[in-house]
Design a protein around this ligand. Structure first.
Ligand SMILES: Nc1ncnc2c1ncn2[C@@H]1O[C@H](COP(=O)(O)OP(=O)(O)OP(=O)(O)O)[C@@H](O)[C@H]1O
Ligand SMILES: [Mg+2]
Length: 315
């Protein structure tokens, strides 16, 4: 499928009285169509700025981007017809019911009545909003309101969906319902650009990820190719019968509830697990999670001598 978003040397400096902030600094990467793409990074990294620019709400200071083949600087009308967005801080209108709100949004986008009702019913089922379908939005909880916003956008026929932290504030079951709805959108060959601070979510949903840090593109690639970059690809957890001194030779040790967490290379991981099993202590071995990688990468320089900031697919 064609490229959905192509960012070309995108920079954004916000200027205001008393200063300026470089929110994006020379960012270039492509987002393939028909997949979920995850944008991750710390608070203030530039994620929302990237979404606002590619969603034609904000002009970049320099550089450009094409969205579904159209230029954000000159063809924003073409783009707006084909995208839908859940902004980071947004609330649905209060005076409508859940059903009225979703219907109104779909009708406004030009969908006919039968299709509107069909898609509205599907999304209400899918996102578990059946109990509140005829309730005023002003009488919903915060998480229910967030789900209504996500429902409106997912029920639309937009080709490209921008979801800025769609699951913030949702309970664990509601989060999974949103995940399933996002996965269904990509089965319909739509593209989803997602930001999230839940790295399990980013990993579960995204076929590719970009990590922004201080407005720079730090790492880009598939979850596996990003995992392949870290020097300590295994996480080992051990109970508190071990001392930090015993463990330190195997890799950096972090205290966790009930014991220790270590990041290690493969050889050290094997040795340590065998030793622990022989001692009869509790041990668990797993590949590092995206969250571990995030903690290993952010705020630290990447390995010396990296040819490029972009992760290659493992051979
Ligand atoms: N309207 C604005 N005026 C001035 N500075 C801004 C404005 N919007 C964002 N910034 C600054 O630009 C930087 C990037 O902000 P942005 O909202 O893109 O970050 P983010 O990655 O979405 O963060 P979060 O995870 O907290 O949502 C931050 O330093 C922020 O303070
Ligand atoms: Mg944001």
């Amino acid at each position: 499928m064609a490229t959905a978003v192509s960012a070309q040397r995108l920079s954004k400096t916000y200027t205001y009285r008393g200063g300026s902030t470089r929110a994006l600094d020379d960012v270039s990467f492509d987002i393939p169509g028909g997949e979920t793409y995850g944008l991750i990074g710390r608070n203030g990294a530039g994620k929302t700025t990237f979404l606002r620019i590619t969603g034609t709400l904000l002009l970049p200071t320099s550089g450009t981007a094409t969205v579904l083949g159209y230029d954000i600087r000159t063809e924003e009308r073409e783009i707006r017809r084909r995208i839908a967005m859940v902004p980071q801080e947004s609330r649905p209108l209060y005076f409508a019911t859940t059903e009225q709100l979703i219907d109104g949004y779909l009708r406004m986008r030009g969908m006919d009545r039968p299709e509107t009702h069909r898609r509205r019913n599907d999304v209400i089922d899918e996102l578990g909003l059946g109990d509140v379908r005829r309730r005023l939005v002003s009488r919903l909880s915060g998480g229910q309101r967030r789900r209504v916003m996500v429902a409106m956008v997912l029920a639309s026929d937009a080709e490209l969906l921008f979801l800025d932290e769609p699951t913030t504030g949702l309970d664990p079951l509601a989060r999974r319902e949103v995940w399933a709805a996002i996965q269904r959108a990509t089965r319909e060959h739509r593209t989803v650009l997602l930001t999230t601070h839940y790295l399990d979510e980013a990993e579960a949903l995204s076929s590719r990820l970009a990590l922004l840090e201080g407005g720079h593109l730090r790492v880009e690639g598939t979850p596996d190719s990003i995992r392949a970059r870290v020097q300590l690809p295994y996480r080992v957890t051990l109970d508190s019968s071990w001392s930090v001194e015993e463990l330190a030779p195997y890799g950096p040790v972090t205290p966790v509830v009930g014991g220790h967490l270590l990041f290690t290379r493969e050889k050290e991981a094997r040795e340590l697990v065998q030793t622990a099993l022989a001692r009869g202590s509790r041990v668990a071995l797993a590949p590092v999670s995206l969250e571990d990688i995030f903690l290993q990468l952010v705020g630290r320089p990447l390995d010396e001598g990296e040819p490029s900031e972009t992760a290659e697919e493992p051979a």
